[in-house]
Design a protein around this ligand. Structure first.
Ligand code: MN
Length: 200
């Protein structure tokens, strides 16, 4: 179907636009593609020996994200997709680094397109939850909560669409330094929450 009265600019944040969001065609319109290999997550998994071994054996790509060059203003919305690949480091599932928003009072929505996983969230006061995600479910990440996607599937990527206030900003440093209070590991073939022995 054709567009009526479209903007001449491909991604016009002032007049609106439609872009191809088919993950299977490489999301050609998406920019700022980030790929995260395991070696970029040093110290985040609890099993250092398993981590070092996996990095030495090929440093697998754990996740990638695709975003848009959105203007970082309070009235705009940033959106994109995140893909977490299946795998484990020791008994701990592949996950994203996780982050707080620089502007803490900003929420985010993730909609799961494919796979099985969890959104692990915690706030600075120590409240936390891990909410199950599968295709068709949306999770609301409240303001002030750090958030991390975790793939607990054995053979399928966890693919989510996210949208948040465009000027929210990302604070990765706090998680890199302190870690999460909780981790998601496999116990008897099932996901289980444990205290993070490295949490500071
Ligand atoms: Mn976020």
């Amino acid at each position: 179907m054709k567009d009526f009265n479209p903007s001449n600019v491909p991604m016009d944040f002032d007049k609106g636009f439609v872009i191809d969001f088919d993950l299977h065609t490489g999301m050609s319109a998406m920019k700022d593609t980030g790929k995260r290999h395991l070696s970029q997550m040093k110290g985040m998994y609890h099993d250092d020996a398993a981590f070092d071994k996996a990095v030495a054996q090929g440093d697998p790509m754990v996740y990638e994200f695709h975003g848009l060059p959105v203007p970082e203003t309070a009235g705009d919305l940033a959106f994109g997709c995140s893909i977490v690949y299946p795998g484990k480091v020791g008994d701990e599932y592949y996950m994203t680094k996780g982050h707080f928003h620089t502007i803490m009072d900003t929420a985010e929505v993730y909609y799961c397109l494919r796979g099985k996983g969890y959104m692990l969230m915690e706030n600075p006061e120590g409240d936390w939850r891990a909410l199950a995600l599968e295709a068709g479910k949306a999770v609301y990440v409240p303001k002030r909560y750090a958030h991390r996607s975790i793939n607990v599937g054995s053979d399928e990527p966890l693919i989510t669409f996210f949208v948040f206030r465009a000027d929210a900003g990302h604070d990765y440093g706090t998680i890199e330094q302190k870690g999460y209070r909780k981790l998601l590991v496999e116990r008897d073939g099932q996901p289980a929450i444990i205290d993070n022995p490295k949490w500071k």
